[in-house]
Write a protein of this length. Structure first.
Length: 318
């Protein structure tokens, strides 16, 4: 990836005065802890999960922040971006990347200063900012740039909903090792997933479930790993085109359902496969049922979309 050249695709030039934001303030690590936690519609991405994240930008727009999470000078900016994104309830996702821990990503984006802010739509980046913004510029990003990104994404057909990843206030702070929250029996599977070996992670979670079939967390993480192993690097446009051209092909519909699920479009995913069965494809009940049961492990058990889908599946099967 270090040799990869990412060139801006869609331009926001003229929408706001981006030139005034091109600072070259190189941040150095600070001493203060307590960086704002990820959660809700804010996620942290590493080199291992970068490619999967890029794929999701074909489903919903992404605001990409390359930063130094130990530099307390960047915390107000990170909090302001998170607050703005979270208020939009999944219309856009904030992805944060530690530039020091993921240098090849910073190289690929040709970043010269930290923090750096990009829009990402359909895998195509749009440079927005390098360096610490002033209060006025930060407000401009919140009031004008983020809404414009969403507008541009919608015009490009990228109008899905980002997945909700939990309450950030309930999560650990950045200086608490993530591994502490991982049950010991999940350690190997979690490590493999972090390294991008989703097939290996799924197999490891399967072994956990053999020992404890009631481990809901292992079932959820296994389903997510299987999903990413199958379709994490899929060509989203090709998959959608194939599904549209072959509406009766169960494999094509399962593939596009994977894409929707990765993009957080849970209701669309369930509806697509249930509508497929309702359209008369009862000979394909078993592969569709199996895939849906896998998906059903991912949302929280109280999710109303899950409850509706379970009821409809039961109706269609009998």
């Amino acid at each position: 990836m270090a040799d990869q050249k990412i060139n801006p695709g869609i331009s926001l030039a003229g929408a706001v005065d981006l030139e005034s934001m091109q600072h070259q303030v190189k941040a150095e690590p600070g001493q203060a802890g307590g960086a704002p936690a990820a959660g809700a519609y804010v996620v942290d991405v590493s080199e291992h999960t970068f490619e999967a994240m890029v794929q999701t930008s074909a489903t919903f727009p992404i605001l990409l922040l390359l930063w130094t999470p130990t530099d307390d000078r960047l915390f107000p900016m990170a909090r302001a971006l998170a607050d703005a994104v979270n208020k939009l309830n999944g219309q856009i996702q904030l992805v944060r990347i530690d530039a020091g821990a993921s240098p090849t990503i910073a190289q690929a984006f040709q970043v010269r200063g930290i923090p750096a802010l990009f829009g990402l739509i359909g895998g195509r980046p749009m440079p927005l900012l390098e360096g610490l913004p002033s209060a006025e510029e930060q407000q401009q990003i919140v009031d004008q740039v983020i809404p414009k990104l969403i507008e541009v994404a919608h015009k490009a057909g990228v109008n899905g909903t980002a997945p909700y990843s939990g309450d950030p206030d309930a999560q650990q702070t950045a200086d608490t090792p993530a591994a502490d929250a991982v049950p010991p029996e999940h350690a190997e599977a979690h490590r493999l997933a972090q390294e991008g070996d989703y097939a290996g992670a799924a197999a490891a979670y399967e072994r956990v479930l053999e020992s404890d079939p009631h481990d809901a967390l292992a079932a959820r993480e296994r389903a997510k790993a299987l999903l990413l192993a199958r379709s994490g690097n899929a060509d989203v446009r090709a998959v959608r085109a194939t599904a549209a051209a072959h509406p009766d092909d169960v494999e094509a519909q399962l593939a596009v359902a994977d894409i929707d699920m990765i993009g957080g479009q849970i209701e669309d995913t369930f509806g697509r496969l249930l509508d497929y069965l309702a359209a008369g494809h009862r000979d394909q009940i078993e592969p569709v049922r199996k895939r849906l049961l896998e998906y059903f492990a991912i949302p929280e058990s109280g999710d109303e979309r899950l409850k509706r889908a379970r009821r409809r599946l039961a109706t269609l099967m009998y």
